[in-house]
Design a protein around this ligand. Sequence first.
Ligand code: UDX
Ligand code: UDX
Length: 439
Amino acid sequence: MRVAMIGAGYVGLVSGACFSEFGVDVICVDEDRVKINRLQAGEMPIYEPGLEDLVSSNVDAGRLSFTTDLKAAVGGVEAVFIAVGTPSRRGDGHADLSYVYAVAEEIADAMNGYTVVVTKSTVPVGTGREVEKIFRRVRPDGNYDVVSNPEFLREGSAIEDFMRPDRVVIGTKSKRAQDVMRQVYRPLYLNETPVLFTSRQTAEMIKYAANSFLATKITFINEIADLCEALEADGQDVAKGIGLDGRIGRKFLHAGPGYGGSCFPKDTLALVRTAQQSGHPLKIVETVVGVNDARKKAMAERVVAACDSSVKGKTIAILGVTFKPNTDDMREAPSLDVVAGLQQGGATIRAYDPEGMAQAKQVMEGVKWCETAYDTLPGAAALVIITEWNEFRALDLHRVKQLMGQPVMVDLRNIYNPEEMAAAGFRYYCIGRAALPPF
Ligand code: UDX
Ligand code: UDX
């Protein structure tokens, strides 16, 4: 079985490497020559735990290769996966499908023999139909099926999520295409991973509904946490208490600064637009989008409040800027709003992130980037934890206190214990629990 993966980004590169681990011959195509050169030299253009070993072992086994030549790649494969970017379109929040349509034209032109064309990128409901129209126009005589196979990969655990998925969703009514897809996913099929075969537009909707539901669940617990603070209830225990109900489930109930990433923000917005356009607005998801955007902006106010209502002329130490740990991805990261808000308030920012600083430097200005977590602390009026990297979970609090101007911590990910922090002499602020005075 030979497949081509078009787009060697967070989704395409992980998916291609995992398919090659399944024993499928994979050729990853990307228009970014620099990215392909780095991959051919064995360098990873993104940070994803375990990816480097997975890629190098499959390249060595001759099952995984990289090229910028889409035409050559598509010519000799049974299936072509489209995993190019589908970012939010500037201004209106619709998914920008120009890359998907552009590569569809190239694939239609290049394919020979029966080919299964698979949209792996997150695309609005009905995109498969549009891709099919492109194929019909470019190759009236073509022999192909267009299939939807959405990804459910979380950055930072993408390989695990691919290798042991809760389910595989395949949208096509063509028996021939279903057979090819069974072959591609054969190892998962053999270990009884649930495979849901459904229509193409249903598969497309499953992806958006899943991400929108998860974003809604996070936003729900974020609002409950704020209410708990006002009522002196413990938001963490509320999340635990409701999560023990099998109908709710304990995952994705961690209150924080708001969700970010390349998926939830753009997918919720795209679904809202699709719904508005079809005359069936999704009021709940519309509210989730608004509440989350406002939340990320409000986080800076929490830091200002912790600094006696002003950060003007003060140094603020920031730990973690990526949208979540175990990734280098800065897309829609809450830190972008927090840092901008504090800088507007006149603060000087010193920041450290284990993996994200290279990308952060391209999207943040006026930040003093530090080599270690402790380098951010000298003279700081507050220490703000924005991303819960493991290395921030066991800071030497005595050393932290000695380095800071004043022992104040704003923990936006609740990785510390309020009682312990108060006992260590900190004014400690977190999400979902009333602030404790140091004792
Ligand atoms: C993106 C979307 O964010 C995600 O929602 C969707 O499911 C898959 O596409 P991601 O892998 O994060 O996921 O995108 P990105 O990291 O931007 O990678 C896209 C890759 O496609 C880039 O390497 C880009 O160079 C490449 N590309 C884009 C092409 O090769 N050809 C094109 O025409 C456009
Ligand atoms: C998400 C979906 O989980 C995945 O299935 C889909 O394929 C792509 O989008 P990803 O965006 O990589 O994956 O990361 P995820 O772990 O879902 O976190 C998304 C955002 O939600 C992050 O900013 C994270 O900090 C936040 N989050 C997540 C919370 O604030 N609380 C939680 O309990 C979980």
